[in-house]
Structure formats: structure tokens, C-alpha cells
Design a protein around this ligand. Sequence first.
Ligand SMILES: C[S@@+](CC[C@H](N)C(=O)[O-])C[C@H]1O[C@@H](n2cnc3c(N)ncnc32)[C@H](O)[C@@H]1O
Length: 224
Amino acid sequence: MILSDVKRLVYDYTRVRTISARGPGYSALSHYRFFRHIMASLASAVGKQPRRCLIVGVYFGRDIMMMADVLAREFPALATTVHIVGVDKFEDAPCDDWPEEARRLSWAEAGFGAAPSLEQTQRIIQPHFDYPQVELIRSRAEDYLESAPSAEFDWIYIDTAHDYESTCRIMRLAMPALKKNGILSGDDYSNAGTWGVQRAVQEVCPDHFVWDNWIWYSRVPQCP
Ligand SMILES: C[S@@+](CC[C@H](N)C(=O)[O-])C[C@H]1O[C@@H](n2cnc3c(N)ncnc32)[C@H](O)[C@@H]1O
């Protein structure tokens, strides 16, 4: 590793620590570096039209804060034109990948801590950046995507429930909402336990890449 790589790694690690201290979340260094990779690709795309990004599965907003941090520090011109839409069900009710025995429990009872709320997530993320514009929406990802205009987004990031059925369903609904050659991606590329993200992505989007063995992404050439 050369010196500039080491400096970059230390810098990234420091940013991730700072962002992680603001609220709960699961994302870490890999995610921060992945978001930079995507932002670089959005910044280099031909054309100057505003970029629209969608993240489904917001929790307390850590990924959105990472995206905003990368944009504000490294792509300031892009930051002023990007619009990020964050969709989450924001409810204290089970998710589709919870084990059967937890299906009647609240988040706290199931051992997942407090359920995310839109208001609290807004309070966590708001003080930290002016740009990009972020819009949080309380909805099931499926409902939001079913009524989203077609060819609306340059990038969609899926981080909702990680069971096979939900992932297939949400991926299929997301595809028409992407612009031509838009990027479809998501977290937790694994089939462990109740998860089936890897299997779903291999079936629905066989032509994909995997970042750090954990985050999948693919360009969707044409709306199906
Ligand atoms: C793993 S967390 C997301 C972590 C988040 N990306 C972050 O930055 O920390 C999963 C989130 O997906 C939400 N969720 C689960 N199923 C959903 C669905 N069908 N529609 C919308 N949100 C959903 C949950 O409420 C939870 O906040």
C-alpha cells in the first residue's frame, strides 16, 4: 500500500467514526468507500441534469449521512444538484426477515433496540449538511416503488428486509424506476439465517458486481 492509500484509509476511517457517533446504524468503512465509488460514477456521467438517488431502508440515516459527507467533501458541485429520497416504513412492527418467533414482538422486545422514527432520523441527519437535498418518506418500499414515476432515479440502494422474497420483490419494483443505465445496488449480500439477498440478486440481476464481499451493484441497461 502506498502512502496516499494509507492517508485515504485513515481519513475514511475518521469520517466513518464521526458519522457513526451521531446515531445507531450498521454501515461501516466499506459502505463509505462504496458510496464514494458511486458518487464518482454519477459525477462523471455525461450531462448536467440533476441526479436523483433513492435509498429504501433508512433506519436512523447513517447511510444517508455517509452519502452526504462524501458528496459535500469530495463532489461539492454534484452535491448541490443531487436529490436523495429516503424511504422507510418507520414503524415499530416486525420486518419480513425477522425469525418466526419474533413476529409478534416490538423492536425492543426482539432485541433490535428502538424502532426508527422519521422525526428522530430527521433530527439526527439535519444539522450536518445543507446539501444534498434529502427527503424522508414514511412508506413501505413496495408501495413507494409501485407508484414512483418510471425512469426517475439514477441510483437505487436497497437496504430493507433481507429475506429472499422481499429482496426479489423490491428489486423487480425498483428496475422500472431507474433511468436507462441507472445503478441498482444493495447491502448484505448473504444467505445467512433468514437472509436471501445473495440468492435473490443472483436470480434477478445475474450480471452484478460485489463490493468487499458485501454490497452488490449492477447497471440496469434498459427498463424491463
Ligand atoms: C438494515 S436497516 C437499514 C439501515 C440503514 N440503511 C442505515 O443507513 O443505517 C433496515 C431498515 O429497513 C426498514 N424496512 C424493512 N422492511 C421495509 C419495507 N418493506 N419498506 C420500507 N422499509 C423497510 C426498517 O424499518 C429498517 O429501518
